[in-house]
Design a protein around this ligand. Structure first.
Ligand code: TRP
Ligand code: SF4
Length: 345
């Protein structure tokens, strides 16, 4: 294992990011986040967290709870298969570093309720869950405080996230400013690092690729499943017959070709589509071939990892230990600054 002063210390700083354990990841998750996480490992000290406590904020029944650990494992498999390298990055499960919950409580002392109630993701979640701001769990209100604790307990300065997380990062900076102002300079203000990926639309070509809309392709899907799913993709709605010229610019199959097919094939698709020389079914078959070629190396690594479940558990346990060393130091500093007696043990 590389020491915690590894690639990082010499490099650009400390990165922290997290994902809620929702199980298998899809192409949209890869291009929108994971690929970037993999590339960042060279230049930063990277800490990647499977945020299982955050998963509890929206859980409503015991069956959901039973899914958490299998989902954690599936997601860890996808991360490692995609190239997250536990020799370079710290990969761990949020709840295995319980100090983050202590910091959450302490940060709640410098976080006005009004800030939390204004967060757009909070309002949206309340609506989605068909709750009111009065009936919703306290834990959900505190979601961004826990997220702030995730980041700053490792004194991370850079947080790769999507656009939707910007309000959370803004709040994290506000909490940090208040804390530093009241208790002395302790935490860096974390900056969001937006992923420069294009928006990946789902197979119906209308909305963002997502598991809940079932318009996705899992990284771990078999080649056959992938081909079947691609065949359900919507194309240019005005194109009825092969003899009608198509409009690749409004067709998501074409957008996906641009992401996964070699440049020469992309130009060929464009020419043949606009020239009414290519059928959509054929076009989708070719797309499936490109996506399968893209995913094959990941699937291969995943198969190897699936045969070594203990290795994956070990990676997460080891990551948890390394994360905890850093978290403990921060907690000691925070206790000191907030006038608390040092934690025992
Ligand atoms: N809220 C993030 C999401 O839903 C997940 C998350 C939790 C996170 N803690 C984090 C992301 C810390 C970045 C940093 O995607
Ligand atoms: Fe889309 Fe391909 Fe059909 Fe053209 S030929 S409309 S790019 S699926």
């Amino acid at each position: 294992m590389v020491s915690d002063s590894g690639p990082a210390a010499a490099g650009k700083g400390t990165i922290l990011s997290g994902m809620r354990p929702t199980g298998r990841l899809h192409l949209g998750n890869y291009l929108g986040a994971l690929e970037n996480w993999v590339n960042l490992q060279q230049d930063y000290r990277c800490i990647y967290s499977i945020v299982d406590i955050h998963a509890l904020t929206t859980i409503e029944n015991p069956t959901d709870v039973a899914d958490i650990q299998p989902n954690v494992h599936e997601m860890a498999l996808d991360w490692l298969a995609a190239g997250i390298d536990p020799e370079q990055a710290i990969v761990f499960i949020q709840s295995q570093v319980p100090e983050v919950m202590s910091l959450h409580t302490l940060l709640s002392m410098v976080t006005p309720l009004g800030w939390l109630m204004r967060v757009p993701t909070f309002k949206e979640k309340v609506r989605q869950m068909e709750e009111t701001e009065e009936s919703v769990n306290y834990g959900l209100v505190g979601y961004p405080v826990l997220q702030t604790a995730d980041i700053i307990i490792y004194k991370a300065d850079t947080v790769p996230v999507g656009q939707d997380q910007l309000p959370h990062l803004e709040l994290a900076r506000e909490i940090v400013r208040r804390f530093n102002h009241r208790f002395g300079d302790t935490f860096p203000e974390p900056q969001a690092k937006l992923t420069e990926a294009p928006l990946i639309l789902g197979l119906e070509g209308q909305q963002k690729m997502s598991k809940s809309l079932d318009n996705h392709i899992d990284l771990a899907a078999t080649p056959e499943e992938t081909a079947q799913r691609v065949l359900t993709a919507f194309t240019d709605p005005q194109r009825q017959r092969r003899s009608d010229p198509g409009r690749p610019e409004v067709c998501n199959v074409y957008s996906l070709h641009q992401l996964f097919s070699p440049a020469a094939e992309v130009s060929q698709v464009y020419a043949e589509c606009t020239g009414a020389q290519r059928g959509c079914v054929d076009c989708k078959r070719h797309l499936a071939t490109s996506i399968n070629a893209f995913l094959e190396p990941m699937r291969e690594r995943r198969r190897e990892l699936e045969e070594r479940p203990d290795f994956v558990k070990e990676v997460l346990a080891e990551g948890g230990k390394r994360a905890r060393v850093i978290a403990r130091q921060t907690i000691e500093e925070v206790y000191e600054k907030m006038g608390l007696a040092q934690p025992s043990g």
